[in-house]
Design a protein around this ligand. Sequence first.
Ligand SMILES: Cc1cc2nc3c(=O)[nH]c(=O)nc-3n(C[C@H](O)[C@H](O)[C@H](O)COP(=O)(O)O)c2cc1C
Length: 254
Amino acid sequence: MDLLNSTIDTQLRHRTIRQFTGDPLPDDVFRTLMDVAQRTASSRGMQHASIIRVVDAQLRSVLADVGHQAYMGQAPEMLVFIVDTHRNQVILDERGAAGYGARSMDSFFEGWTDACLMAQNIVVAAESLGLGTNYFGNVLNSPSRVIELLRLPALTFPVVGLTLGYPAQDPQLKPRMPMSLRVMTNGYTEPPSVVDALRDYDAVMQTYYDLREHGRRSDTFTDQVVSKLNAVLPERHHIVQAIRSQGWDLALAD
Ligand SMILES: Cc1cc2nc3c(=O)[nH]c(=O)nc-3n(C[C@H](O)[C@H](O)[C@H](O)COP(=O)(O)O)c2cc1C
């Protein structure tokens, strides 16, 4: 490692935590995480993302059921990050402005990026405080159901869930492919064979024991790609339709 400080150390130790002690997050910890979320960079400064804090135990377990991941409902803290151009549409309406920018896809993607940045900023801060975190893309398995459960108005859309708590497990760091394949200079470059270039990584991945899979030894990375990406997840066929029905116009430029 070239340089190390406590922030970088936290980031280099990241691993997803899927089992937590029952201890809740102290209020000052939660408030600090929200301060970090507030300070996160935001496209055009429009702050097109919001957070739903899910404290209702029943609602949490329904969200976990909808996402088919029971452990999602067992964490002490659950947040859902959403694209939120609704608030700025309300400002346009209240100010009597006829603009349609809040319904543009550009604004949607701004909100998507803002939501992800806010979430990751929270993750880094949380991990630096000794918490563990688990993202949940499963909120996209059935966006219309999540929209209904969280009472999301038009021009809002779920991006990702995040659970947090104090770790009750100590998973291995999950291996990553070499950055020589992911960092390119002055344009896109690729090796003659990606599978060949990943042989060593494939071998290392098999030394990873996935607690999510009850400690089963991992498949090679290229095997995982083949098994996971051979088809689109059937429950995610309708994402674009769900985005449209929340009021964004895919054809609208800014
Ligand atoms: C956008 C996103 C969605 C994710 N969705 C889920 C999920 O639904 N369930 C889950 O258990 N983990 C989920 N994860 C965690 C990944 O599986 C995990 O980050 C990845 O396997 C790498 O492992 P590590 O975080 O332990 O390094 C998600 C991560 C991201 C970034």
